[in-house]
Ligand binder design. Structure first.
Ligand SMILES: [Ca+2]
Ligand SMILES: [Ca+2]
Length: 150
């Protein structure tokens, strides 16, 4: 009897902490997300995510967007987070990693503005409408978010 109770509790704890996600990742729907505690340039951040068997986050729906923003607002420790999209190939043509077309977008008003002609990497920024999307320089050391599909 006591063993059954214990295994029920353990099962509940495992589910609540995001069973199936790597350590430190947070489960939402069918993906796991890691909000970095280190700051990196875009290529370094992409390498960090790959090392953790994931990729820089791809936001493809309003639901995913509100989870990411909600987490950043409530529990985030950084004023901005890097995501996995750039317009490096052709100015103004935004693509997710792997050259995937950007369907859903949630740019902050007036963004992307390619400020100074040097902003080619996507981030979310607290000052811009509570973590709406902004284009920013790729080599600036920023926190970032990795995603791993289950
Ligand atoms: Ca740009
Ligand atoms: Ca910008």
């Amino acid at each position: 009897m006591r063993l059954e109770l214990l295994s029920a509790i353990l099962c509940f704890v495992a589910t609540a902490s995001g069973a199936g996600c790597p350590l430190g990742f947070h489960l939402h729907r069918r993906s796991c997300y890691w909000f970095s505690n280190v700051k990196s340039s875009f290529p370094e951040a992409a390498a960090y995510c790959r090392y953790l068997e994931s990729h820089l986050v791809v936001i493809s729906s309003a639901d995913e967007d509100s989870f990411i923003r909600g987490y950043a607002i409530r529990r985030g420790k950084a004023p901005f987070y890097r995501l996995g999209a750039t317009d490096l190939n052709i100015e103004g043509r935004w693509l997710w990693e792997g050259q995937r077309r950007m369907g859903y977008t949630h740019w902050s008003p007036g963004q992307p503005d390619n400020n100074g002609g040097t902003e080619h990497c996507l981030e979310i920024r607290r000052d811009f409408g509570n973590y709406l999307w902004n284009d920013f320089v790729c080599d600036h050391p920023s926190h970032f978010i990795c995603e791993k599909e289950l």
